[in-house]
Design a protein around this ligand. Structure first.
Ligand code: PLP
Length: 404
């Protein structure tokens, strides 16, 4: 099957926006959903809606089984050792907050250090800042160069016996840089530190193997990989999660509650307080089955070709300036054209039916690095086509003429 044929699985793509066919280039923010995922959600409410884990009745058992099967699917998808290592969260943001809190409370003390990079999404900065303030831990920053590549020598120098953890994006949501996370894991582990990988922008585009990376924690969001909003995943090595304090208290995360002392449930339930999004987890598993059928390697190759085509095509435009020129890139293309404000460019493209994102993309330190307020960001999925990139090209040229 050609990737163009997948478009028929995504009903939203047939829409007209202001009388023009929708060109959806905002996939890094969220992806569209295939019919099978939408149907899964609908059917789950039609046929198997009952709260999980606590019921003896048929529907509850069925819903529980679907939720636990989804966990196994995620385990297999990212090649975790055990399904106990898969914690369902609301998304990447909640997964990182969970680690920053629970890891911080359990393992960090005054004088310790955490390293993040200059290219992180705010959700891989702010939770660490909050933890550092609470625990009097020092936050250090590893920088990137003008091409958007991390300075690994600097990272090595920053890492020492006080470093507790390095938190890094697998793929930057602005620059598209694919960071060498395997090498960063070695740097962290050589110093006795741990590695958290923010996989929000890698899981939808690359085959991820958490064991091969040797990541200690890995986070991603369901809605960025064709699944529903409100469900995401934290992978953590079992021996670490075992030791870490719970993140939230409530139902399901306990073994025994008395007013004198409460004991906690085993993994993964210790970190899933309250009713989890069991419909979302089932629909996420459906989305993962869908991409598995297409094949992550095929997806990566197709999207790589699209990205290269876009870069070549758009570089023909006068005054085009790309942000992120690392040799290994994925998913996104950020740019500015002359001195056209990104918001103006985005608004004109919108009137032509083209959805792009403009602004700082929740990565203000990246904007500060370049001394800019924001960029226009196009981000791709396997249902996008070269013809759509041509439409984008024409749209940008038209905007440029308007501003001349
Ligand atoms: N990390 C990166 C690199 C992202 O691009 C995003 C979202 O755009 C996030 C984290 C946060 O994801 P979510 O809002 O789904 O929690």
């Amino acid at each position: 099957m050609s990737f163009e044929e997948t478009r028929k699985d995504f009903p939203i793509l047939t829409q007209q926006i202001y009388g023009k066919p929708l060109v959806y280039f905002d996939n890094a923010a969220t992806t569209q959903k295939p019919v099978c995922v939408i149907e899964k959600i609908k059917n789950a409410y039609y046929e198997q809606n009952a709260n999980i884990h606590r019921g003896v009745h048929f529907l509850s058992e069925r819903a529980t089984e679907a939720h636990e099967c989804a966990r196994k699917k995620v385990q297999q998808f990212i090649n975790a050792r055990s399904s106990n290592e898969i914690i369902f969260t609301r998304g990447t943001t909640e997964a990182i907050n969970l680690v920053a809190f629970s890891f911080g409370e359990t393992f960090c003390k005054e004088g310790d250090e955490i390293i993040v990079t200059e290219m992180e999404h705010h959700s891989n900065i702010v939770p660490w800042q909050m933890m550092c303030e609470r625990k009097k831990v020092h936050l250090k920053v590893a920088h990137f160069d003008e091409n958007g590549m991390l300075n690994l020598d600097e990272l090595r120098k920053l890492t020492n016996e006080n470093t507790k953890l390095i938190a890094v994006a697998h793929v930057s949501n602005v620059l598209g840089t694919v960071n060498p996370v395997k090498e960063i894991a070695q740097i962290a582990h050589a110093a006795g530190a741990l590695l958290l990988v923010d996989g929000a922008q890698s899981v939808p585009h690359l085959q991820v193997d958490v064991q091969d990376i040797d990541a200690d924690f890995f986070a991603f969001s369901g809605h960025k990989i064709y699944g529903p909003t409100g469900i995401g995943v934290l992978f953590g090595k079992e021996q670490l999660l075992e030791k870490m304090q719970p993140y939230q208290g409530g139902g399901e995360m306990i073994q025994k509650v008395t007013f004198e002392k409460t004991t906690y449930n085993e993994l993964p339930f210790k970190f899933e307080a309250g009713t989890p999004d069991f419909i979302g987890s089932t629909a996420l598993a459906e989305a993962l089955n869908y991409v598995d059928k297409l094949g992550m390697k095929n997806i990566a190759q197709y999207e790589h070709d699209l990205l290269e085509y876009a870069r070549i095509r758009l570089s023909e435009i006068d005054g085009m300036r790309f942000f992120g020129n690392a040799p290994d890139r994925s998913g996104v293309l950020s740019f500015l054209v002359g001195n056209i404000h990104p918001y103006d460019m985005g608004s004109i493209l919108d009137k032509l039916g083209i959805a792009v994102r403009t602004g700082h993309h929740c990565a203000q330190p990246v904007m500060d690095h370049f001394g800019i307020e924001g960029t226009v960001r196009t981000s791709f999925a396997f249902y996008n086509t070269k013809a759509e990139i041509d439409t984008l090209f024409n749209g940008i040229v038209r905007a440029q003429k308007m501003f001349r």
